[in-house]
Design a protein around this ligand. Structure first.
Ligand code: ADP
Ligand code: MG
Length: 229
């Protein structure tokens, strides 16, 4: 079963939507649109009555609301509804929401328990930098365990991975069911933006870089416009 990304045009690149209950890595350089894409994804879930969670440690709910306030895709209404839980894991309330699921086994077990007991359908984790903060020893092993556990939950998850070097893949790219890459480059006409589905298990994908643009409705994919990297 497939779920709509909430980003106009994107679903056409992946046979109509994202396969449900899978783990996707959303990668790209700063400013390439990752947070906006994920905010549209979570808003779409809320509109469909799904239980959603946005997990971060970079920013407050107010900052995210501010960042999305220039768009009209319904984020404000969705985030204020009971369909989206916003958790910042460096704040006391965010920590409490997660630690009530015990302190055994660290972040991985607690997050999985949280997703299960809240019957979460869609989750965004912004970003993998959060993991480096929580996993102090054997970071690579712990991240592998974390990703494997998330892959088995009944939630469709977008994990944001900041990436400045598009050739340096890391564990999460190999382990995820799918990888979505955002590009931005300056050329003579200004900033060109693109999105590229690198892999998606179980799906015949359009893996070309397709043009991406911002409008007052948020991001939109121009499925017929190929972009040269
Ligand atoms: N309407 C718009 N037109 C052009 N650029 C925009 C518009 N709205 C936001 N941006 C820019 O696009 C970027 C969006 O970034 P964001 O989704 O937060 O990306 P990331 O999470 O990858 O850093 C920001 O740098 C922002 O300034
Ligand atoms: Mg971001």
């Amino acid at each position: 079963m497939r779920v709509s990304s909430g980003v106009p045009g994107f679903d056409d690149l992946v046979e109509g939507g994202l396969l449900k209950n899978r783990l996707y890595v959303v990668s790209g350089p700063p400013g390439s649109g990752k947070t906006t894409f994920c905010s549209q994804f979570i808003t779409q879930g809320a509109k469909e009555g799904e239980n959603c969670v946005y997990l971060t440690m970079h920013e407050t709910k107010e900052e995210l609301m501010q960042d999305m306030s220039g768009f009209d895709f319904g984020f404000d209404r969705a985030i204020k509804s009971d369909k989206i839980q916003f958790l910042n894991l460096v704040t006391e309330s965010g920590k409490r929401a997660i630690t009530q699921f015990g302190t055994e086994g660290g972040l991985t077990n607690r997050l999985v328990a949280f997703l299960e007991s809240n019957e979460v359908d869609r989750a965004v984790i912004d970003s993998t930098m959060l993991l480096q903060h929580f996993f102090k020893q054997d970071v690579s092993d712990e991240i592998t365990g974390f990703l494997s556990a998330l892959k088995q939950t009944d939630a469709t998850i977008l994990l944001i991975s900041e990436m400045t070097d598009p050739t340096s893949y890391s564990d999460e790219h190999y382990l995820a069911h799918g990888v979505i890459f955002f590009h931005n480059f300056l050329d003579s006409s200004g900033m060109t933006r693109g999105v590229q589905v690198i892999k998606m298990r179980g799906t015949a994908i359009d893996s070309d870089i397709r043009e991406l643009s911002f409008s007052d409705q948020g991001l939109r994919v121009h499925t017929k416009k190929k972009v040269q990297a």
